[in-house]
Write a protein that binds this ligand. Sequence first.
Ligand code: AMP
Ligand code: ZN
Length: 480
Amino acid sequence: MGLRLFNTLSRQTEVFEPLDAEGKSVSLYCCGPTVHDFAHIGNFRTFVLTDLLCRYLRFLGYEVTYVMNVTDVEDKIIARVREARATLKDYTTEFEGAFFEDMDALGCVRPDKVPHATEYVSAIIELILKLVEKGIAYITVDGSVYFSIKKYQSLGCVYGQLTKLDFEQMRPGERVSNDKYEKDAIADFALWKARVPEDGEVFWPSPWGEGRPGWHIECSAMSMKLLGPSFDLHLGGEDLVFPHHEDEIAQSEGAGLQKAGGKFVRYWVHGAHLLVEGKKMSKSLGNFFTLRDLMDRGFTGREVRFVLTSAHYRETFNFTLDGLRGGKSALNRIDECVGKLSELAREVTAEPSATFLDAFREALDDDLNVSLGWSVVFDWVREMNRHLSEGGMTSEAAAANLAAWKRVDAVLGVGSGATSEVLAEVTALMEERQVARKVRDFQRADAIRDELLAAGWTIEDTPKGPRVKRAWSLTEFPSA
Ligand code: AMP
Ligand code: ZN
């Protein structure tokens, strides 16, 4: 049946069929970070979900164009820039750099395109002009531009495709200028905000005077510019459903660039929140961890990734440090098993074992059921360990299972356990052993060998110098 995904648009699980007539290429847009601060791991739950879906689509053989924008101008950023007395560019560049460092540490693939709102101001203006031309957008006395929900509806368009809205409480002509607002504040929203003194130097010229774009129009303009007026998948956290995504649909479909009957986005995928003690992890509640906080406590990016992918994306998930410790030992079990398989397979290569791959695919095809995917992995680990301990496994079987694990891990992205952190310690010990051997302190050299062995590392003395071996990695050291 292939991949099925829960589409917020239909509130149903649907078979995924890309727009591409050949069924090969897939276009995916994810609302990226608002770079006003370090992202917290709640934010990263959503970005890791996007990474997982992108990797899984590639695993299935699709050619994915993955776009993630960077919101580098909106209300909160401007407030922070003012407080910091910095320029917009300097301020956002720092947090964008930190964001991608964290994404790398979490093993997330880099998006193919990372558009910045500030680089798309002319595309944004072009889109607003289209809406003005159609009479859906109107200009206010201060030189701002608003989206008229009533006018949009009068053209037969639906506002509220993702959310049920109560239009009774909406008073015609009422406007909301903030980028973020609640459902009960439903009103015409800002596309372009006229320059005010608090904006400082953050403004652009426009047909309506100096000002800056609203947050929602940024994503409509960037996504359609890069992926076309209709594309396959749009992702974000569940808090973006209203108003951000609802407004994105209104602006994009209001401009009418899609083919007759075509939608702006075919599948809307929203990730549930990461919670802390039952409450949404958020900056405003002060109950958040950044990835850096957790790394300072000795956890690694792959452990955090494991925990963030351990629950189904549509379930809220409670984050705890104990859960993270559990993740560490779960990954150790995989590393040990993969290490033993590599020892046995050595240079032998084989086609991936179908049993493991099929079970994994079946789990992920079902609305990206990654928690089931992980249980398939741990069942496989258990089975491998049993076979290995019984001593009946051939090198070919080990190689086939290892090849299957590599394919599975191309989706899960937890990689090898030989992190640089571990290697740094091992390197230091190896160097110390070399020094001990040089001064003929063989007692110390042997003690180090035993210490490394206890930690799961073996030393092989080769003509090129000693090599340390663990799992499937071989690291060479210069000869003394
Ligand atoms: P922001 O940088 O605030 O625009 O948020 C970036 C992404 O993180 C958006 O897709 C949000 O929906 C998502 N997000 C924010 N808080 C959480 C949370 N606690 N759990 C999961 N995703 C979140
Ligand atoms: Zn967006």
